[in-house]
Design a protein around this ligand. Sequence first.
Ligand code: PFF
Length: 450
Amino acid sequence: MNTFSKIGFILAVAGSAVGLGNAWKFPTMVGTNGGSAFVLLFILLTLCVGFIMFLCELYIGKTSGLDPVGAYYKLAPSNKKAWSLVGFSMIGALLIVSFYSVIIGWIVYYLYHSLMALFNFTSLNVDINENAKLFVNLLEKNVTAEIICFSIVFFLAFWVVSRGIKNGIEKLNVIMMPTLFVLLLLMLCYSFTQNGFADAFKFLFKPDFSKITSSSFLEALGLACFSLSIGAGSIITYSASLPEKTNFISSTFYIIFINLLIGLMMGLIVFSFIFEFNADPSAQGPGLIFISLISLFAKLGFLGKILAITFFIALFFAGITSAVSMIEPFVFFLINKFNMKRIKAIILLGILVYILGLMCIFSTISDTKDSLTFFGMGFFDILDYLSSNIIMPFGSFMAAIFVGYFLSCKDLYKTFYPYTGDLGFKVWYFFARFVAPLAVIIIVYFKFKG
Ligand code: PFF
């Protein structure tokens, strides 16, 4: 049977969860939302909402053993066709992987740049304006570099998925996840020796509730969903290959713990550098990683180059293990539904994702930008917006409603009871029926309200 091993499952799902969300969105959002109080909110929402919906999706995948569309179809007690449409929220994962691979491509570019600097073919710049120029130049002018780097990521990710669950996805995660952890640990040890570490620690862990606004509440909830990969079919798909008799509750705790831990480690590393050199912790988006951090690494000379290489390898590993989890759901669907060969499914989806990825690249290039702007938004941002703000919240909301209101409570109890006990089940069921769906309704309402 092509299922994960127990540890393979934990690492693969943790690999899906730990990604650019932790490396980039988390530190950026913490930075712009005033730090520690946001971290607390994020942890709270991860546990009260993300964790709950994660278990709903895991149950759907585990009991059906199918792709998201097939799973809803098989389990729905009535209106099977309508429910199977919910499974198509996995399209969100395809949209994400298109722009996500472009971002991993930037990481490849900076990895190359740092390697070249190590061998003195080029240098890392201390001047933040020069680094901003380099980044803007990459996005607006350097089509060739962007396409090459995107293509490397694209081929690697699709190649891994073409090798299947056990020989491709599990192997990749079993190698990359522990390595990622070790690399981050090394960087954390280095950050610990810096003066900025204490400030970073305070910034992340000493709560200041005056900084919390209604919008940070909503951002934290969105980040919790994105970070746990829920609502886009990845968790359902991976759970379909869950080995029999796995304690899926403790596995989920491990996954959530790893995801939080790596997010916090990333945060500590990034902010130690930021505070060490008095940079701005609220710099937006790519600015934090591709501009500020490069200047800070440059100040450290040779050691800085090594740190930059380590950091970008870690980001690359985090990104690629998430990217493969976005491709597998649709591949699995094509295989199940149309009896398609894995390789044929990969080629079909590959063509689609490659075209979407190229459109993302051209939507930032100055000459082509305008023709790829719709309703005042670039194609890149549209994909991000559609997937993170609409499809994923919808997918996770429907998973909770489906499990909470349409599946048999008795069957759920039978599956959960051995691992949760009676009270644990009741608490989870209450949260799945009421708390989690309500939280998603609030997030979407406020997002649309503006
Ligand atoms: N959880 C990933 C991250 O934090 O970067 C992103 C992600 C993976 C989103 C898989 C959606 C998905 F299906």
